[in-house]
Design a binder for this molecule. Structure first.
Ligand code: IMP
Length: 864
């Protein structure tokens, strides 16, 4: 199963315990001399191989060696867990060579490097992806022959590192995969949270959060650099002094010190002999024991420093409603940035060139504003540490940094209380004030007399509690700011960053997101990948534009047949998973209608749920109704503090229960909420989806990347004119995309006034009925008011997300999708054309755009 926690199981005792009584001992001695250990060939002899041995034999020997020598287990007593670990080490052995070669060639080429800074990474499981990218799958399968364990068994044992919340973190991992595949000299930097995103259980329809200790059993994939530590400081005060040339300088006298230790995880390129590095920082105490306390007998006090320091990398913040003001989160950000910048600068120093040359050798990409404190940190290093002139330091900074924005929601822009920053990072706060003073002077010169503009653009939001606006800091400290889809990049210049666009129009650009076709097609959908390779040849994995060669085959009935067979098998496999996880067995012939993503009001799982209720009612009214059988699947986590999102999960579970237990439904409709959505669960769901729900309120989803993964695997999208949906529609053709709903302008128009959700409700009897059922407790027997907050937000709260306004068009479009699905060949044709149209959405294309248009880095030529 995809998603179960994979604790090593205790082996069942095969024999009764041996008697150890004195009588027993006596018997033994009476029986003669103790039996000798079987004289076998020494174990280590069977662990060696010659260079000429076939790869499968080498892997088999390495597996045996790691299971025995590295892990201390008996190879002849196979356990999926130890074999999985042993195989991971054997695969890692094959990466290290590549990694060292890559690192050396970066030095030897001396070219510019890019550093991708992200507080989140969602790499997914490593084993399957490493095997794929190394191109050793057949050898591994052969090596496992005779072990009674399959590769799939072993892959399922791996705990997934959930070091991110969703799209932003997964994007960072797709980008590392592409950097490695393209040979871009670069690194990913992040935090090794001991506890990643929480594990989601669904209990009585409710989300219950459990701690996810992904490192509980250690990971074979990371190299701990225990000797490679950086010192990170917090608190204290700033001491001004005069240097020997009479200049006033500043020295930060910090109060708290801790260490950052690197955990390196190798990221292999696709069959190119290249491996880049994801360096994750772990917080360590500066000194484990405070001897002063220890000697005075205060044992706990002595350990306090260790506990306080190490908690910094303990847990990932789950994208909560209220992040601002969380001291630990700001500490995480600075801890990460400080260690990373020290590491970057250490490498740069080896060059022995002037500091003003930093941007010639270093590009730093800020994934959202979470690492934006890197800008004042570099200023501090240059001005305080290197005594660089302010203007030169600032010019160096701006030429080094670039910033990716991921949201159009003003409330999602990060702000930190100035008071908190002053306390934790006093020197940085001074630097921010100085950056702001100079910047506002520039604004005042450009827009004379516009004091309102100065207030709007200031890095400091004035008020009772002053706040530092991190997005503004990121914009003015970067040479390029990019949005993540064409519409999003346009919207930010008109809304949240309008003033900044007027000031620096040349800084703003778009780079549409992409996804790696390795993990999200070649790895997760092997049968389809094989069929595609037969059709268009090998090479689409790294040149995804070649996949357009499938388009003519949409007209080929035999090819469509093969396409449908594969999809059906994928749906059967997902059906078993749904059955295991939710106790609901979907009909593989039915339309698999899937919405998997974070639960958020703007993503509108509610709209999907209202449609589900509508279908239920149609069946209840007319049990003989001929309808396209449908399975509606949901998955996704809600932020623990986001009450409405959690209530939506509960409603979906309740409606699913009603659907699955209503005798009138007769198997034509099934619904389930899959617990604990994750990258590995996505890999099971994506290949089996017919209809991909991308139904956010227009103007609210920056890009989306799930939309790309589904279409790449042949799902048709039902979607709004939002984010990257628009570009998908352009690429696959409007006739192969179920578009519905309001456009951005319509949404804004309605929000300006005159929109009455109650009137809309009355206009559409099916909608009124669905809402009425929720409001009167049909789905919550005994608790009629349970879902009242949902009903209120739709009817009385202004329906900000336009659920009611889009309902009718959505249902009409769903009916159209069901009609098309009833003709399998028509559906297959459109499905093939979706896959064929996805060439643009490879993360390789995105990364090449970053490399040429933002970073100024060129791929390394490696002889593989
Ligand atoms: P780092 O770049 O110092 O973090 O080192 C990473 C890896 O790069 C090392 O393990 C070496 O394989 C390689 N490396 C480091 N410094 C040099 C150098 O000066 N020349 C060539 N390779 C180097």
């Amino acid at each position: 199963m995809a998603d179960k926690k994979t604790a090593p199981k205790k082996p069942a005792a095969k024999t009764a315990p041996k008697a150890t009584s004195r009588a027993g001992e006596k018997k033994k001695s009476e029986a003669g001399p103790a039996p000798r250990i079987q004289p076998t060939k020494r174990l280590v002899d069977s662990l060696c191989y010659t260079a000429a041995a076939p790869e499968s034999e080498k892997i088999a020997a390495d597996l045996r060696r790691h299971v025995t020598v590295t892990l201390g287990n008996d190879f002849d007593r196979p356990s999926a867990y130890t074999y999985s670990q042993g195989l991971s080490y054997a695969v890692r052995d094959r990466l290290i060579d590549q990694w060292i070669k890559t690192q050396r060639s970066m030095y030897e080429n001396g070219t510019k490097r890019v550093y991708y800074l992200s507080l989140e990474f969602l790499p997914g499981r490593f084993l399957a992806n490493s095997i794929l990218n190394l191109g050793i799958e057949e050898d591994v399968e052969a090596a496992l022959k005779g072990t009674r364990l399959t590769l799939a068994d072993l892959e399922e044992q791996e705990a997934e590192p959930g070091l991110g919340n969703g799209g932003l973190g997964r994007l960072a991992s797709c980008y590392l995969d592409s950097m490695a595949t393209l040979g871009i000299p670069g690194y990913g930097y992040g935090i090794s949270y001991a506890y990643g995103i929480f594990r989601q259980d669904i209990e009585d329809g409710r989300q219950v959060e459990k701690a996810d200790n992904w490192l509980h059993y250690g990971t074979p994939w990371g190299f701990q650099r225990t000797k490679h530590l950086y010192s990170v400081h917090f608190g204290g005060y700033v001491r001004p002094y005069t240097d020997h040339e009479g200049n006033t300088r500043f020295h930060w006298v910090a109060e708290q010190r801790l260490k950052a230790m690197a955990l390196d995880i190798m990221v292999p390129g696709y069959k190119n002999g290249y491996a880049t590095n994801m360096r994750l920082w772990v917080a360590k105490a500066d000194k484990a024991f405070d001897l002063q306390f220890f000697n005075s007998g205060d044992y706990i006090g002595a350990l306090e420093n260790k506990i306080m320091s190490e908690k910094i990398s303990m847990v990932l913040y789950p994208d909560d409603t209220e992040m601002a003001g969380k001291e630990l989160r700001l500490k995480q950000q600075y801890f990460f940035v400080s260690a990373t910048m020290q590491d970057i600068v250490r490498r740069f120093r080896k060059k022995g060139v002037p500091w003003t040359d930093l941007p010639k050798y270093v590009a730093v990409q800020l994934n959202e504003t979470h690492p934006a404190i890197a800008i004042p940190e570099l200023m501090r290093m240059l001005v305080d540490g290197e005594h660089m002139d302010w203007d030169d330091a600032w010019a160096t900074c701006v030429r080094t940094f670039a910033y990716t924005n991921h949201t159009v929601l003003p409330e999602a822009l990060e702000k930190w209380p100035a008071e908190l920053m002053e306390r934790l990072l006093p020197r940085h706060m001074q630097i921010i004030y100085e950056i702001n003073r100079r910047f506002l002077q520039e604004v005042a010169m450009r827009f004379t007399g516009d004091t309102e503009r100065l207030r709007r653009m200031s890095l400091i939001e004035e008020g009772e509690d002053k706040q530092v606006r991190m997005a503004f800091l990121a914009i003015i400290g970067s040479h390029t700011v990019n949005g993540v889809a064409a519409l999003h990049s346009e919207l930010i210049t008109k809304t949240i960053f309008r003033d900044f666009f007027e000031m620096y129009p040349e800084r703003f650009t778009n780079i549409t997101n992409g996804v790696t076709p390795r993990r999200f097609l070649a790895q997760c959908n092997k049968p389809l990948a094989r069929l595609i390779t037969e059709a268009v040849g090998d090479g689409w994995q790294t040149h995804l534009d070649r996949i357009k060669g499938l388009a003519p085959l949409a007209e080929d009935a035999a090819f469509r047949e093969s396409w449908l067979d594969i999809r059906k098998a994928n749906k059967q496999a997902l059906g078993s998973l749904v059955s295991d996880l939710c106790g609901v067995r979907p009909d593989p012939e039915s339309l698999f209608d899937v919405q998997v993503k974070r639960i958020h009001e703007y993503k509108r799982q509610l709209l999907n749920c209202l449609h589900l209720i509508t279908l239920l009612n149609r069946l209840r009214d007319n049990p003989g109704l001929e309808m396209t059988p449908r399975t509606v699947l949901f998955a996704g986590k809600a932020a623990p503090g986001y009450a409405m999102a959690k209530l939506i999960i509960r409603l979906i579970s309740s409606v699913a229960y009603a659907v699955n237990t209503d005798p009138a439904v007769g198997g034509r409709l099934r619904a389930a909420f899959l617990p604990n959505y994750s990258v590995s669960q996505a890999e099971h769901i994506i290949p089996a989806c017919d209809l991909s729900e991308q139904i956010s309120t227009a103007g609210m989803e920056a890009s989306g990347t799930g939309n790309m993964k589904f279409a790449l695997n042949g799902a048709l999208t039902i979607g709004t004119y939002d984010g990257a949906n628009i570009e998908i529609l352009e690429e696959v053709g409007a006739e192969n995309f179920f578009l519905f709903g309001l456009r951005v302008e319509d949404v804004l128009e309605k929000r300006r006034g005159g929109y009455d959700p109650r009137a809309v409700c009355t206009e559409h009897p099916e909608l009124a009925r669905a809402i009425g059922m929720i409001a009167t407790g049909y789905f919550s027997p005994g608790e009629p008011d349970l879902y009242a907050p949902i009903v209120r937000s739709l009817l009385d709260g202004g329906d900000f997300f336009m659920v009611m306004a889009d309902y009718a068009d959505y249902v009409r479009t769903q009916d159209e999708a069901a009609r098309v699905f009833a003709d399998p060949h028509e559906w297959a044709k459109r499905s093939i054309l979706n896959t064929a149209g996805m060439g643009k959405f490879s993360s390789d294309r995105s990364i090449m755009e970053y490399a040429t248009r933002i970073w100024g880095v060129t791929p390394l030529a490696l002889d593989t």
